[in-house]
Design a protein around this ligand. Sequence first.
Ligand code: SF4
Length: 181
Amino acid sequence: MYIFVLKIVESTTVDGPGLRNSVYCAGCVNQCPGCHNPQSWDIMAGRPMHVEEIAQRLLSDDMCNITFTGGDPMYQAKGFTELAKIIKSQSKKSIWCYSGYTFEEIIKDQDKRALLPYIDILVDGRFVQALRNTDLLFRGSSNQRLIDVQKSLAKGRAILYDYDPYPYSKIIDNSYHIQHL
Ligand code: SF4
């Protein structure tokens, strides 16, 4: 199976936490006004890469986790499901996936839903220019959500992922207070 790929960006820090290798795929039908990457809409803008080739390239990097983005990975959901399956069976890498579809739309579609068991975090929803917010981490507009996919599948509804970019700050704050009591 092939995925039409625009590019694979290595060691990026903008598509999820830490260092990640991001697969930017071609193909998107959502046509969000103000889209950051309209040249990605045409699937023929990408080059077909076999999922095994993509998987081996991603797995050869011991450091980085993985992000699927585009374009919209859900436009090529079958290819990404096969890719994610290989990655999860051969590594402990986390996979983040961006999509213009919401979690609720994805679970109603058999092919798109099949990708979810292999995804850790879904960044969902179309980009809405009126809700654009440059302070948001890993998202362009405030309607877009970071979703903990495995908890959401277990509960049957979207459960937000409470990402804390400064996990040690509370501990440091507490120890500061203890020292100064
Ligand atoms: S879903 Fe993403 S790639 Fe597709 S049109 Fe919207 S912003 Fe652009």
